[in-house]
Design a protein around this ligand. Structure first.
Ligand code: ZN
Ligand code: ZN
Length: 168
């Protein structure tokens, strides 16, 4: 099984007819920032719509990614839930982004799934909410143990830091 579906038969049925597929499908690694840890497990529903096929996917997947603060790899589990239209080749519309059903009446859900995974990854992934990061002086991972370096002197970063002076 793969994430390419043959929809020729479904396109011959009435509008509104659906096919459901339970999937448990390994997703190949596709981005250097991520390692896919588990197969995608879920349900794919394909529906015959006016212009082609509507695919709906709900499922779960786990990936490994590096923490933005301490650089340790950690696991993120999340759900995927999206709908995507695939239009028959003959349809002429201005929207060039909607994928088309191939000449062999196949649709490939993998590109959309990969895109969805990237959207779900946080911009700054943290291994834990309060990740302490690494010491800028000695490189010790401060989540594991403290280091003997003196604490950094706090810089007045707050936009209100200078305000007190003015109020006086
Ligand atoms: Zn971390
Ligand atoms: Zn240190």
């Amino acid at each position: 099984m793969s994430l390419i579906f043959q929809v020729g038969d479904l396109l011959k049925k009435d509008i509104g007819e659906t096919n459901e597929f339970d999937v448990k499908e390994a997703i190949p690694d596709f981005d250097p920032k991520l390692k896919i840890l588990s197969p995608l497990a879920g349900l794919i529903t394909l529906s015959h719509i006016d212009d082609g096929i509507m695919a709906q996917l709900t499922g779960d997947i786990s990936v490994e990614i590096a923490c933005a603060r301490c650089a340790n790899n950690f696991k993120i589990d999340f759900s995927l839930d999206f709908m995507q239209e695939y239009w028959v080749l003959g349809i002429v519309k201005e929207d060039v982004d909607t994928p088309r059903i191939s000449e062999k009446n196949e649709i490939d859900l993998l590109p959309r799934i990969q895109q969805e995974i990237l959207v779900r990854i946080p911009v700054k992934p943290l291994c834990q909410d309060l990740c302490k990061g690494v010491c800028p002086s000695c490189g010790q991972n401060l989540n594991i143990k403290a280091c003997p370096c003196p604490p950094e002197i706090e810089k007045p970063e707050s936009p209100f830091a200078g305000l007190k002076e003015k109020i006086k």
